[in-house]
Design a binder for this molecule. Structure first.
Ligand SMILES: [Zn+2]
Length: 324
């Protein structure tokens, strides 16, 4: 893989404001699967799952899971599962080199298709996905905690299904939602599993980008979102949350790719920055200006740790069909 090309703005995002926690006490699990804990209320109700650290350098998820498990959160109804997704990658996290340790062998969020059954492929992440799959395939509602490279308010990424839409609407701490079609079967993410994209069953998997990877406030926000998610399905008692944020349903109009080593953003834009006019300057790629292609565009998840010819962010507009 090509090296990350840093600039002044991206370097400013390398500060790690909090320490990762030791997850080894959670290794044994209570289901026979390492780092996976399921609690059954014994009463009817949905099976909800909270995943964290699918990407090993997105350490906020481990702190949230640690908090929920330490306070012995148990479901009032249904079942509740906590999952440390990629413990090996997480344990390689180094605050002096925090962009590394996203995975051990390959991105675990791209192995949920044929990899689950193709025994010629056996990377650490594929083996972990196979280990988790039997439990995931019994889950009704899954919240997968991720984080992003830029600062900014939380973003939910989901399938474009009715069940996913119903699920994200409950998350009033998440001001941006991007729904998309299931991609190439070679690149299935956890949220793309057919299990969560079956119109006959109202199941959903939502990926939450809770904030910048290593800002302390991301842990706080992820924690609030998880609690709201569980409250909305009646698994935990209602508790006070910050005021609801207006939620924008967005659709992607462009995934920006950089072509030159010298790409840089023209400003340190936060994720969620709004550009009223088409033609607004976003960055410079070599000697070419990168501008918004249409009016009323949001810059979502600008990429600061870029690689040559890699993505540098997405531009999205309000999806009128999904706005309520
Ligand atoms: Zn991630």
């Amino acid at each position: 893989m090509s090296k990350i090309i840093f600039d002044e703005i991206s370097v400013s995002y390398l500060t790690v404001e909090y320490d990762p926690i030791d997850i080894k006490p959670y290794a044994k699990g209570n289901t026979g699967i390492p780092y996976l804990w399921t609690f059954d209320s014994g009463k009817p109700g949905p099976h909800c799952m909270i995943c964290g650290i699918m990407h090993g350098n997105e350490i906020a998820g481990a702190l949230v899971l640690d908090q929920l498990l330490s306070e012995e959160m148990r479901p009032l109804i249904g079942k509740l599962t906590f999952c440390f997704g990629n413990p090996e990658a997480y344990q390689q996290f180094d605050a002096n080199n925090p962009t590394q340790s996203r995975f051990v062998d390959q991105d675990i969020n791209r192995v949920w298709g044929q990899e689950l059954t193709d025994t010629s492929q056996n990377s650490y992440e594929i083996k972990r996905a196979r280990e988790l799959f039997p439990v995931i395939s019994t889950v009704d509602y899954l919240l997968d905690i991720h984080s992003m490279q830029a600062s900014g308010p939380a973003v939910a990424i989901s399938s474009d299904t009715e069940a996913a839409f119903e699920c994200v609407k409950k998350l009033t701490q998440v001001p941006f939602v991007i729904a998309g079609k299931v991609p190439d079967p070679q690149l299935l993410r956890l949220r793309d599993l057919p299990h969560f994209n079956d119109s006959k069953h109202p199941r959903a998997a939502i990926q939450i980008e809770a904030g910048q990877h290593w800002e302390r406030k991301t842990v706080v926000k992820a924690n609030q979102i998880v609690r709201q998610f569980l409250q909305s399905y009646g698994l935990i008692p209602a508790s006070e949350l910050p005021p609801a944020l207006p939620q924008r349903q967005l659709k992607t109009v462009q995934i920006m790719q950089q072509s030159a080593d010298s790409f840089h953003f023209s400003k340190d834009f936060k994720s969620g920055t709004f550009f009223k006019k088409a033609g607004s300057l976003i960055g410079i790629d070599g000697n070419k200006q990168i501008t918004t292609p249409v009016d009323n565009c949001y810059l979502i998840m600008p990429v600061h740790f870029r690689r040559f010819a890699g993505p540098c962010g997405r531009l999205a507009v309000v999806d009128e069909a999904r706005e309520v």
